[in-house]
Design a protein around this ligand. Structure first.
Ligand code: F42
Length: 144
């Protein structure tokens, strides 16, 4: 069984701890914004370790849109590379935990539709894209 290595960001690791230990009843929003968060459990592409990444909850029907924004940082978040290496994830949305498979959206019109959903759910995504000249990657997570 692979080991879980918490995020190096304490606030992130703390949110995962609270979210999971409360069975998805606490720690389910972004700080005091009231905006919902999901936890994406993914596999470290180098360590094979279990990694847990909170992301804003952007639903598209039964699917989720995962946005590799990292606050508009110049480089993709490391979890982006994990998902590209192994698309099999677990997503916890409050009390619901399900196996899902992710794929990066390359088609520009589909990406545009999903990007608009994401910005509607979490407007700062638009500012993050302004901050960086990297195109912020968008994944769709679909039930297995
Ligand atoms: N980040 C987003 O990008 N989008 C969001 O919508 C978002 C929402 C959100 C809500 C709540 C919250 O608490 C955090 C939120 N975050 C969001 C932050 C997100 O959870 C991540 O912390 C952030 O995106 C940065 O991801 P990261 O994978 O770059 O994390 C770094 C800090 C990290 O954990 N690095 C580890 C380390 O040890 O330095 C390595 C982690 C890892 O996966 N290592 C791989 C392995 O094999 O284990 C190696 C990968 C490689 O190729 O090097």
């Amino acid at each position: 069984m692979a080991e879980y290595i918490p995020s190096t960001s304490k606030w992130v690791a703390d949110q995962v701890e609270l979210y999971e230990s409360s069975g998805g009843t606490e720690g389910t929003t972004l700080r005091d914004t009231g905006l919902p968060v999901i936890i994406v459990t993914n596999t470290g592409r180098k360590t094979g370790a279990i990694r847990k990444t909170p992301l804003m909850r952007v639903a598209d029907g039964e699917n989720y849109v995962l946005v590799a924004s990292k606050g508009g940082a110049p480089a993709h978040p490391v979890w982006y590379h994990n998902l590209k290496a192994d698309p099999n994830v677990m997503i916890q949305d409050r009390a619901k935990v399900q196996e899902m498979r992710v794929r990066e959206i390359e088609d520009s019109s589909e990406r545009q539709r999903l990007w608009e959903l994401a910005v509607a759910a979490y407007p700062p995504y638009a500012e993050y894209q302004e901050r960086t000249d990297r195109l912020i990657p968008v994944f769709i997570a679909e039930p297995v």
